[in-house]
Design a protein around this ligand. Structure first.
Ligand code: ADP
Ligand code: MG
Length: 355
């Protein structure tokens, strides 16, 4: 296993920059999730790291070894990366055992070594008895396991997984994800897991790399990117957000619809405050919070999202303001539609000034 360092990487298709000036580092044994919208360049980045695409600029290092630059490229077979492509991509005409053995170079491994490694991999993914099955005789989760075993068979320095769980239904996805992450941890693998699922990104990794338009928008621990996003847009990419107009005085006092202090009539807003719905406390009894009316309940089982209309005419004077608040509560049972409720913001104040 090794560390990975990507520095000022760019990749062009034709004259279009799909990745530009992208940098991040991964420590040995670290598992990173790469999160970004469809088309932002996630697969391209993985393929460049695996050596399947030549960068137009920048460097890729495994430990201290330079593996990729625009002029010198270590070929994919010499990089020792285990790559699981987006659709798993098992060879349909090969059995499970032959799929797993496929990447084991005949010039390096003897026949008996290959068969021993294949057996080890089959045991590792818990699929003894399935050696001779064809891919079409397997469930989606089993196919994913085999694709992973094939990538792990070469004892890779780095494992690259491209949306491995995207095609699986929710229950299986959670179970298989825990299993795969557990396996990577046990092996001490350095790994990148591509996902467009924000919860998957937060739950499965040591580090979240948020990607947007071929660049790293922010990188940090799951807690850092969720709690301290560098912009409202980044905040929205890791979870639900409420963006409220806000005013910051020259003395640094921030006023917004849920601050204890009311914004005064005619006050212009200089920025906005980004709040997570779970950072709003909703109570039925009149207290120090702001008054509102409960207009909608989305019930999710484990929690519920309340839509609340803030009762405040002053708000209409704040350009572009919204008086709709979305608050997440543990259960909706104690609330009724049309009810008057009181809101208090109990989280950090994330203020961003207008551009
Ligand atoms: P993601 O995996 O984040 O959805 P991709 O890396 O697949 O994004 O693609 C990023 C952008 O690069 C997209 O606009 C895509 O159309 C383009 N692209 C990907 N591969 C090629 C290619 N081989 N030739 C030209 N354009 C490509
Ligand atoms: Mg992709």
């Amino acid at each position: 296993m090794t560390s990975l360092s990507v520095s000022h990487l760019s990749v062009k298709f034709g004259d279009r920059d799909v990745i530009s000036d992208l940098s991040f580092d991964l420590a040995e044994g670290e598992i990173a999730s790469l999160l970004g919208p469809s088309g932002c360049g996630k697969t391209t980045l993985l393929r460049a790291i695996a050596g399947l695409i030549q960068p137009s600029g920048g460097t890729i290092r495994f430990g201290s070894q330079l593996v990729g630059v625009s002029s010198v490229v270590l070929p994919p077979s010499k990089r020792g990366t285990g790559y699981v492509p987006q659709q798993g991509a098992l060879f349909p005409h090969l059995s499970v055992a032959k799929n797993i053995a496929f990447g084991l170079d005949r010039e390096i491994y003897t026949k008996s070594e290959t068969s021993q490694i294949t057996d080890e991999m089959i045991a590792l993914i818990g699929m003894q008895g399935f050696e001779d099955r064809a891919p079409y005789e397997l469930s989606g989760g089993q196919q994913m396991r085999v694709a992973l075993a094939r990538a792990l068979a070469i004892k890779p320095k780095l494992i690259l997984l491209d949306e491995p769980f995207a095609a699986l239904d929710a229950a299986l996805r959670d179970e298989l994800r825990n299993e795969v992450i557990g396996l990577l941890r046990k092996l001490g693998s350095t790994a990148i897991l591509v996902t467009h699922d924000r919860e998957e990104a937060l739950v499965s990794s040591d580090r979240v790399i948020l990607m947007r338009d071929g660049k790293v928008a922010q990188s940090g621990t799951p807690e850092e990117v969720y709690e301290s996003p560098q912009s409202a847009e980044i905040a929205a990419s890791t979870g639900d957000v409420l963006t409220l107009p806000a005013h910051k005085s020259s003395a640094g006092v921030i006023t917004y619809p849920l601050s204890g202090q009311e914004p005064s009539l005619g006050m212009s807003h200089s920025g906005y405050v980004v709040i997570r719905p779970e950072e709003i406390k909703v109570v039925k009894e009149s207290g120090k919070g702001r008054q509102g009316v409960l207009t909608h309940i989305d019930y999710y089982g484990h929690d519920a999202m309340l839509t609340i209309d803030l009762k405040d005419e002053l708000n209409d004077d704040l350009a572009g303001s919204s008086t709709i608040i979305r608050a997440r509560v543990a259960g909706p049972a104690e609330f009724n539609l049309g009810q008057t409720v009181y809101l208090e913001h109990v989280g950090p104040i994330r203020y961003f000034s207008l551009p």
